[in-house]
Design a protein around this ligand. Structure first.
Ligand SMILES: Nc1ncnc2c1ncn2[C@@H]1O[C@H](COP(=O)(O)OP(=O)(O)OP(=O)(O)O)[C@@H](O)[C@H]1O
Length: 310
């Protein structure tokens, strides 16, 4: 097994003073191997940006640790920093400079700057090289930030909601670029997003933050194999006590039940067929549907087996 690019070990992060401290992350463990495209999902305020900043050493963990390429995040060496690219949610800019000048300024920090790649990305994203950065649109500033983070061809690219302000064609170009980058198995991408369809297109792994913890981390396909919607049509009306193991959500209408489950396997469908003399069909859920099911508010009594970690 190669050394992980990112390793987060039992990380806690709180903001504020002791008595009034607000805990945002607790017992977070996450390991990212080289060649991974990991999409980080979570509701607003779930701590995605905080986790990315702790990983990068931009925020200090309250407890636990994070390393990047084996280097402690809080004390990253210049060598490790030179192999990193980061696009924060609030992209830093130089409003008085022209786009061309910002690119040249940033390039000067990196001996191995790939100017042809930068030229190509500026062309694809139609960045106005002679315009000043200040009046650029939010989407143009975001595109510029991504170009600046890619110019030195980092081994690890960390992007915090990189496409939130991009139009559909710019988003498509961005996704194409990400796919090109990870064609090289040494490259790793970690990005947070709310756009689940984009994540499904480019990521091979997903991590879901919920209540300050990683509720799921694994392959996207594994997540989709586990979360299913069952339609159960029994011979007779189903009783009010009808329950399905690992159900997240259940609706009953006479003999028909529609149930979302988080731990599907074929035996579950067979057991239901036998127990209720039922016809059971199994339906796939897309990532957005899984995310919504995982976060849907439900009464504790509705599903006693429900647990925070999936
Ligand atoms: N410097 C800070 N001081 C105090 N609280 C903070 C600070 N930074 C973040 N928080 C709080 O931590 C929580 C998580 O914020 P964070 O920005 O990490 O969430 P997020 O998942 O990235 O949200 P979004 O999807 O809306 O961007 C929020 O409640 C936020 O107010």
């Amino acid at each position: 097994m190669p050394s992980p690019v990112v390793h987060i070990n039992n990380l806690h992060k709180s903001f504020g003073k002791k008595h009034t401290a607000k805990q945002v992350l607790r017992e977070v463990n996450l390991t990212v191997q080289p060649g991974t495209v990991l999409g980080l999902l979570g509701q607003n305020g779930s701590g995605k940006s905080t986790l990315l900043k702790c990983s990068l050493g931009l925020l200090r963990a309250t407890d636990g640790s994070a390393t990047i390429m084996g280097d402690d995040s809080w004390n990253l060496s210049a060598e490790t920093k030179s192999r990193l690219g980061y696009v924060p949610q609030e992209a830093v800019s130089y409003p008085w400079m022209r786009v061309r000048q910002v690119i040249a300024y940033t390039a000067a920090f990196y001996p191995a700057w790939n100017q042809p790649l930068v030229d190509e990305l500026c062309r694809r994203w139609r960045l106005p090289l002679e315009d000043r950065v200040g009046p650029l649109s939010v989407g143009q500033i975001q595109s510029l930030a991504i170009v600046l983070a890619l110019g030195h061809e980092p081994d690890l690219l960390i992007l915090d909601e990189p496409v939130a302000s991009l139009d559909p064609s710019a988003r498509r170009e961005f996704l194409r670029t990400i796919l090109e980058i990870v064609d090289d198995p040494r490259r790793t991408v970690l990005f947070s997003t709310h756009i689940t369809s984009d994540l499904e297109r480019v990521a091979n792994r997903v991590a879901i933050l919920r209540d300050g913890q990683i509720a799921f981390h694994g392959e996207l396909d594994d997540l989709k194999d586990r979360f299913k919607r069952l339609r159960i049509t029994a011979a007779h009306d189903l009783p009010r006590s009808f329950a399905v193991p690992s159900a997240l959500h259940c609706e009953i209408d006479g003999p028909v039940a529609t149930v979302s489950v988080r731990d599907f396997d074929d035996r579950l469908a067979d057991d239901l067929r036998k127990q209720w003399s039922a016809d059971v069909t199994v339906h796939d859920l897309n990532l957005e549907e899984i995310f919504v099911e995982m976060h849907a508010p439900r009464a504790p009594s509705q599903n006693p087996q429900f647990a925070a970690t999936y």
